[in-house]
Design a protein around this ligand. Structure first.
Ligand code: GDP
Ligand code: PGA
Ligand code: MN
Length: 608
């Protein structure tokens, strides 16, 4: 191999041969000015943040320690599902829901894009670990990136730097596997060319090679496209590993619910992006005596423990939460977490006194700088913050963090919730009859599109298990994996599956259920169903409470009729839903498990 002299390339703080080889390969292809190996230290973080300030990417906040405001290029604000690919060797392994290209063809295209793409920039090598470092089989990765913003964000979102790198070579010298994750902004700098605050490229590719367990991302600096430990590794690649090894990688929050009798329950819930995971994970119950602690707000890895129960671990170490709508009333715990500092705010508004603001936050400023870097006042026609603006903040600062969040064994799950954003049809809560019926609920989950992904907001689409953009293989095989998972344990040890909808609307488009802290009433009902204590009514779609079967004591400002409408099972609405489910199942095609077709037929029968 001809050694190319790139400063820093040879300063590798590891002997891991595949890491060394791969980093050299990438450096030779992308030709950065220098290479930096990220150790995760405070001094390093200060230097990177200062560089971001000097470049104009970050503006330091005056109101919170070690916190920064960033505004992206207006074209680079969300995940780009159209540009996201699963490049399995065979097209059928990507299935009908993913974009596919043959790996050789994709690599040929992207290799040319990467050639020289880091010119004039620094190439950072970030060793990271998804999940607790204490795991006997830690899930390692290395992200190579030319973005300081990515380095700063990965520091919040993952366990990274030296503490992760120390896991790469075992004490006996054997080298562990890791997921190579390559990211470039696609914005090389010519000598003397001035940088822009948010470099990116109009051409974007977010690509996964599931057989090789490799990620290549190009052209975007936005979180879900660029922080490759998150959706790319922990969902798309991990779902493939989970299929092969018999576990589940899911788009789920994990919360701990403590009853007035101090009994502890763990709940996992899958909602599509921007449909309430972070809020539910940090919920402050409005019913007396019940408490919630947080373990995760976005991703759960679940495997069976020796006792036959399903245990969940959150692979992340930070929250990448939707900012608009977050305030002291809806999510006080998120507000307290971010106010401790050490956070990055992207595409929110910057106030004149050096704080952040977004729609529905308290204390609307008289003047601010919008996410588009324009003057903003309450009279402005445009929003101050982009609807998909985000805070990136360390989990360790969450005032209700469950102490067991870092336990490699995870926590035993009692209930799994699926939920979406539907203005009609789907009641506030429905209990499934059994695991197979619950899998049917998940597989047919639907939601209105949100700003978390580029595209038309509001359109109803099927989003199975809230994983539509994140299943790393054929969706039919994924459903079968869920069905099989239910057969691997005693039925009485499996979590009970529920379907929730916080977003049903009345005729005038008002949201019927108050949501947020009031969702604790639904959680209480769910736990009491599991304990055999709460009543429910049998309906064609499953077990649904009537208003008097929910604890509505002290609920404020919500008329009973609205709650009844939120709980309503309307057979006519459901009959209209059937052809949509049929169309969806037809799209899945021959790999759709027959047991799910059977569930659909049974539902049709029950609807009459
Ligand atoms: P995530 O992306 O799934 O984590 O979703 P978030 O928890 O960040 O919430 C996304 C949006 O939905 C925010 O604007 C929230 O204010 C809103 N939201 C969350 N929970 C509820 C709820 O229970 N009711 C209503 N009406 N809105 C909610
Ligand atoms: P979320 O994830 O939208 O599910 O919160 C972040 C992202 O990928 O943009
Ligand atoms: Mn979230």
């Amino acid at each position: 191999m001809t050694a190319v002299a790139i400063p820093g390339l040879d300063n590798a703080p590891t002997t891991h041969s595949r890491v060394l080889e791969w980093v050299r390969e990438v450096a030779e292809l992308t030709t950065p000015d220098r290479v930096e190996w990220i150790d995760g230290s405070d001094a390093e973080s200060e230097r990177i943040n200062q560089k971001l300030v000097d470049q104009g990417t970050f503006v330091p906040l005056k109101s919170k320690p070690n916190s920064y405001w960033a505004a992206s290029d207006p074209s680079d604000v969300a995940r780009v599902e159209e540009r996201t690919f699963i490049c399995s060797a065979r097209e059928e392994d990507a299935g009908p829901t993913n974009n596919w290209m043959h790996p050789d063809e994709m690599k040929a295209i992207m290799t040319e894009l990467y050639r020289g793409s880091m010119r004039g920039r620094t190439m950072y090598v970030i060793p990271f670990c998804m999940g607790p470092l204490g795991d006997e089989n830690p899930k390692l990765g290395v992200e190579i990136t030319d973005s300081e913003y990515v380095v700063a964000s990965m520091r919040v979102m993952t366990r990274m730097g030296k503490k992760a790198l120390d896991k790469f070579v075992k004490e006996d010298g054997t080298e562990r596997e890791f997921v190579p994750a390559l990211h470039s902004l696609g914005a090389p700098l010519e000598p003397g060319q001035e940088d822009v605050p948010w470099p990116c490229n109009d051409t974007k590719y977010i690509t996964h090679f599931p057989e090789e367990r490799t990620i290549w991302s190009y052209g975007s600096g936005y979180g879900g496209n660029a922080l490759l430990g998150k959706k790319c590794y922990s969902l798309r690649i991990a779902s493939v590993i989970g299929r092969d090894e018999g576990w589940l990688a899911e788009h789920m929050l994990i919360l701990k619910l403590i009853s007035p009798e101090n009994k502890v329950y763990y709940i996992a819930a899958a909602f599509p992006s921007a449909c309430g995971k972070t809020n539910l994970a940090m919920l402050r119950p409005t019913i007396p005596g019940w408490r919630v602690e947080t373990l995760g707000d976005d991703i759960a890895w679940m495997r069976f423990g020796e006792d036959g129960r399903l245990y969940a671990v959150n692979p992340e170490a930070g929250f990448f939460g939707v900012a608009p709508g977050t305030n002291y009333k809806t999510n006080p715990h998120a507000m307290e977490t971010i106010n401790k500092g050490n956070s990055v705010f992207t595409n929110v508004a910057l106030t004149d006194d050096g704080d952040v603001w977004w729609e529905e936050m308290e204390n609307t400023p008289e003047h601010a700088t919008s996410w588009k870097k324009q003057d903003w006042t309450p009279d402005s026609d445009e929003k101050a913050a982009h609807p998909n603006s985000r805070y990136c903040t360390p989990m360790s600062q969450c005032p209700i963090l469950a102490p067991e969040w870092d336990d490699p064994n995870g926590v035993p799950i009692s209930a799994i919730l699926f939920g979406g954003r539907r203005a009609n049809t789907i009641p506030l809560v429905t209990e499934s009859r059994d695991w197979q019926h619950g899998t049917f609920m998940g597989a047919t989950l639907s939601s209105e599109k949100t700003a978390a992904a580029a595209g038309k907001v509001g359109e109803v689409r099927r989003d199975p298990m809230a994983m539509l953009p994140f299943i790393g293989y054929n969706a039919g095989d994924y459903f079968q994996h869920w069905i099989d998972t239910g057969k691997r344990a005693d039925a009485n040890k499996l979590p009970k599956i529920f379907y929730v909808n916080w977003f049903r609307r009345g005729d005038d488009r008002r949201i019927l259920w108050p949501g947020f802290g009031e969702n604790s009433r639904v959680l209480k009902w769910i736990i009491e169903r599991i304990e055999g204590k709460a009543a429910a009514s049998e309906t064609p779609i499953g077990w649904v409470p009537t208003a008097d079967q929910l604890d509505l004591n002290g609920i404020e400002d919500t008329p009973l009729e609205d709650i009844e409408l939120a709980l309503k099972v309307d057979p006519e609405e459901w009959r209209q839903e059937i052809p949509l489910i049929e169309e969806w199942f037809d799209k899945i095609g021959e790999k759709l498990p027959t047991s799910l077709r059977d569930e659909l037929e049974a539902l049709k029968q029950r609807l009459g």
